[in-house]
Ligand binder design. Sequence first.
Ligand code: RB5
Length: 191
Amino acid sequence: MLVNKEDLLKDAVKSVVLKEVVGGVVEAAKAAEEPEAKVIRIACGSDHAGIELKLTLMAYLQEKGFVCTDLGNYDPDDRDDDYPVYGEKVGRAVAHGEADFGLLVCGTGLGISLAANKVPGIRACVCSEPYTARMSRAHNNCNVLSMGARVVGRELAKMIADSFFGTEFEGGRHARRVHMISEIEARRDEA
Ligand code: RB5
């Protein structure tokens, strides 16, 4: 039987086109099955002492796909600002569901976290190394990370943020204990 070159070429083109169409359909089906990646929103706050580190961390986290909102302070020369203002702002943003997590920075990370922890539903922790940051999520379900700009350097702060925002709460027996903390909060008017 004589083979016509043109027919052969047509068949080859058809097969390539068919492969592309089938491939496209398979990819589309896969994409439809995959749940959309959830965007994690982080409310960020600092007093004057923490502005520089806060901005460094915000840029770092944004590059990783987190959505960061700066709730102030914005002016590093405003040395008369008060850290409780920003601790409360970030705490309320998280408690109201406007953000999934909070990120706080002051000189030590302490004052601003103490303020955030007065907002019901907030579990803020001060971290100076990655292990505590990881466990604060895994066991304590902390929802606000606080750091001291006069305590940790930039690179360590990034590692701490990676550990905190990259860890899921383990639940189980830890959920019971975290719930007990919420119960103490509910009894706050008792003597
Ligand atoms: C401000 O000087 C400083 O007291 C504040 O940033 C913080 O370290 C308080 O806990």
